[in-house]
Ligand binder design. Structure first.
Ligand code: ATP
Ligand code: MG
Length: 340
């Protein structure tokens, strides 16, 4: 008999707009066509799928169906608050419904880029220093050398990260902090801007298989673009055909560098208590030393018919793991963790 999987997801109502910071609050969620296609794939893998939108009405649906659900596939980003990614895992814990991905503590942690780095730093994982600000009036607390990058404290999918995020003067810093807090509030994180290579690394299973790193080839960005995976780059340029092969996968790394990246990713997984699946984003300084920027859980899983550049499916494909096999392996990782 096939497993009955409750598929938990959030939907967004607009495509992310690089010129409208407020509209970017929903960037982490997926459009309805993506969700439909994911459900189609899950059914194609042979699961009996019960889709549940992870909105305010989801708890009664989970409660009513708990005895019929074998496992929940948690793809929910959450709706409100700085800890939104832990809400669904917390409900599932309360209802004793097993689920894919990390537990509430880890999910709350990884959405907060500063707290994530505090934990990683304490475990000896290389991370950059940071300052968290709740108002532009606090910018004099920033004692880091320019250039700096200003990021929302608790967003993903490059929401709030645009060409204006890299700042080189106190005036630019002040203006950017003010506009990001106003649009996406309530806090931003300021950290040194690194100019070295960038890698995004998918991890799958317990203990995790480290998938081939993806490297955005920043040299190929048109003039006028900061060398970052900003919202403009991730949601507009990467999807355009002129930028074919902008994402290098596997990233061209020598053996020693690949081993170093894998070591840092495994240490990150252990320090944060990640389970089943995640994606770690890293960037190097000018000397080539990697630093963890952030961890994505749940990591984006856009099906191939919707996007060819969704990072985790792309890395899996490079490793010979099809989209359907990726979904199956995430489910199997959770299932065998719960039923050893
Ligand atoms: N300290 C930094 N130095 C240089 N570039 C950075 C730094 N922090 C972020 N970036 C750039 O900005 C991009 C987005 O940053 P980050 O990964 O923190 O945001 P995100 O919105 O959570 O991303 P995701 O889409 O992976 O959820 C990175 O991919 C990188 O190109
Ligand atoms: Mg990232």
């Amino acid at each position: 008999m096939s497993l009955r999987i409750a598929f938990l997801y959030n939907v967004r109502h607009h495509y992310p707009d690089p010129n409208d910071l407020r509209n970017q609050a929903e960037t982490d969620s997926d459009d309805p066509a993506t969700i439909e296609e994911m459900i189609r794939h899950l059914r194609g893998c042979g699961y009996d799928v019960l889709p549940i939108e992870a909105n305010e009405d989801c708890y009664p649906q989970l409660l009513a169906n708990r005895s019929r659900i074998d496992l929940a596939f948690n793809y929910a980003e959450g709706l409100h608050g700085l800890d939104r990614e832990c809400h669904i895992p917390a409900m599932l814990e309360m209802l004793e419904i097993p689920y894919t991905g990390s537990a509430p503590l880890t999910q709350a942690l990884v959405l907060n880029k500063a707290r994530t780095k505090d934990i990683l730093r304490a475990h000896g994982v290389p991370v950059l220093p940071q300052v968290v600000l709740r108002s532009a009036d606090e910018v004099d607390q920033v004692r880091l050398d320019f250039p700096l990058i200003v990021k929302p404290l608790s967003q993903g999918s490059s929401a709030g990260i645009t060409n204006r995020s890299v700042v080189r003067t106190p005036e630019e810093l002040h203006a950017q902090v003010a506009s990001v807090i106003e649009a996406l509030g309530p806090a931003v994180m300021v950290e040194p801007f690194l100019t070295g290579r960038e890698f995004s690394v998918g991890m799958l299973g317990n203990p995790p298989l480290v998938l081939p790193p993806i490297e955005p080839d920043h040299k190929r960005l048109p003039d006028g673009y900061e060398k970052i995976d900003s919202l403009e780059v991730k949601w507009v340029l990467e999807e355009s055909s002129e930028m074919d092969n902008y994402l290098l996968c596997p990233a061209p790394l020598d053996e020693a560098m690949l081993a170093r990246v894998q070591e840092v990713c495994r240490a990150t997984w252990d320090a944060l208590g990640i389970r089943d699946v995640c994606r770690v984003d890293l960037r190097c300084d000018a000397a080539g030393n990697p630093y963890v920027l952030e961890v994505n859980s749940p990591a984006g899983l856009l099906p191939p018919a919707i996007s060819q550049t969704s990072y985790l499916p792309l890395a899996a494909r490079t490793a010979g793991i099809s989209y359907d096999e990726l979904l199956t392996r995430i489910i199997q990782a959770a299932w065998t963790r719960v039923h050893p």
